[in-house]
Design a protein around this ligand. Structure first.
Ligand SMILES: [Zn+2]
Length: 108
């Protein structure tokens, strides 16, 4: 399983928390290749990055589960940016607006 059930809420409550920068281990930007730039985070620490905007009831499109994201660090100059390394094979795709085990929420 690329993710575990949420230990805090049962179903992960994913809130948008900034921008994602995802690269493969050669340094090629998967964020540029697949437009994966949306970053979500749950209180339990689980992260999820997507191309689409499911918190606005839009399709998820390309996305990556927490278990496949290797966190490299974050910066916050103009906006919070979270960097990850990922294996391109672990990028999933769906036109759905929701995922089993997750709720994508608006911040306010
Ligand atoms: Zn959670």
């Amino acid at each position: 399983m690329p993710y575990q059930p949420c230990p805090v809420h049962g179903t992960h409550q994913m809130y948008p928390g900034g921008r994602a920068e995802v690269s493969d281990k050669t340094g090629e930007s998967m964020s540029s290749k697949y437009d994966i730039i949306q970053y979500y985070e749950c209180d339990c620490g689980a992260r999820h990055v997507t191309e689409g905007q499911p918190h606005e009831q839009r399709s998820i499109l390309y996305h990556i589960y927490n278990g496949y994201l290797k966190f490299l660090g974050s910066t916050s100059e103009q906006a919070d940016v979270y960097s990850f390394e990922v294996d391109e094979d672990n990028i999933s795709y769906t036109t759905a607006t929701s995922l089993s085990g997750f709720e994508f929420k608006e911040l306010y």
